[in-house]
Structures are given as structure tokens and as C-alpha cells.
Design a protein around this ligand. Sequence first.
Ligand SMILES: [Zn+2]
Length: 187
Amino acid sequence: MDYGFKVAAHAHGDEGMYRAVANGVKTIEHGTLIEERTMELMKAKGAYLIATISAGKFVAKQAKIPGSYPAIIVPKAIEIGAQIKNTFKKAYEFGVPLAFGTDAGVYPHGDNAKEFIYMNEVGMPISEALHLATFVNADLLDEADQLGQLKTGYLADIIATDENPEDEISTLTNVSFVMKNGTVYKN
Ligand SMILES: [Zn+2]
């Protein structure tokens, strides 16, 4: 932060994330055990929660397969992982600024779009979830002048789906068209 960078903190416990936000951290990843005081502080300071429901679900499931994680991690993964979806719901209803992220790498890449489905399952309209993943995330990354919108002068990073996600959300897990910086990679 002293160098002008935005700082992200992956945190499950409330005390840690409260101190982080109080000291200027811009995004809290996971936020599992977030309490009201921290949600208030995040609203006041314009800090964002990136809940990563996908990661929580994956580790909770994976931890039940013997040998997947060191023994000391297993109970935490099971208990914490399963709660993240509720955390997202709580923060959404409280009005905490939210952004989109999945923590992919903690689980295999390629399932990232499921995060939209999980966000939608706890009440966020798909149009709002898509807005977070594009417009809001671009702004958080200080790239709002070239990413996050289909607009003249912006990078042509575009995906398309066969159906309207507002009618059939699962279409986001099977994109039929991918363009990156003007080059078509999938059609
Ligand atoms: Zn993490």
C-alpha cells in the first residue's frame, strides 16, 4: 500500500480481515467468518469482498477424500469451505461491495463459470454477477479504461454463449466463442 498498490488479503477469520481493511487492504478473499463490524467497515472504506464460493465448495468436498490434504488441514477445509456460500449471501444482503473471483488454482482451472451459478443460487441476479465479473473487476484492477466493457477503444476480449444466461445460466459453463484482444480462439 505504501507503494501505491492495491492489496488483497485472503482471510477466513474476522479479526484478521477487520485489521486488514482498517489498514487499507482493498479486497478480502473468502471472508468466511465475517462479522457485522467488518462488513460495516468495508462499506465505509470501499473495500470489496471476493467470496470465492467455488474454492470453498471444492476444498470441502476434496477434504473428504483421504490423502488429498495434510491431516491438519482437513477439518478446517470441511468446516470453512462449506460456509463461504452463506458468507456471500450475508454480505450481499448487507450491501458490502462485491467483486468476482474464484481462487482457481486452489482447484483446477476451467470450472470458473460455476461461480456465477453459486452467486445466483443465493439470490444475485445473473446480470449483476456478470457486471461484477466485468465492469467492477476491471475497475478494481485499474483497467477500467480498456477492459470490462464492449466499447470503442477497449480491448476486444469477448466471449459468447449459445443461450441468454438470464434464461439459462449453465450456458456460461460452455462458451461457444472466445476472442482475446481481437483474435478468435474458439468459434
Ligand atoms: Zn485463498
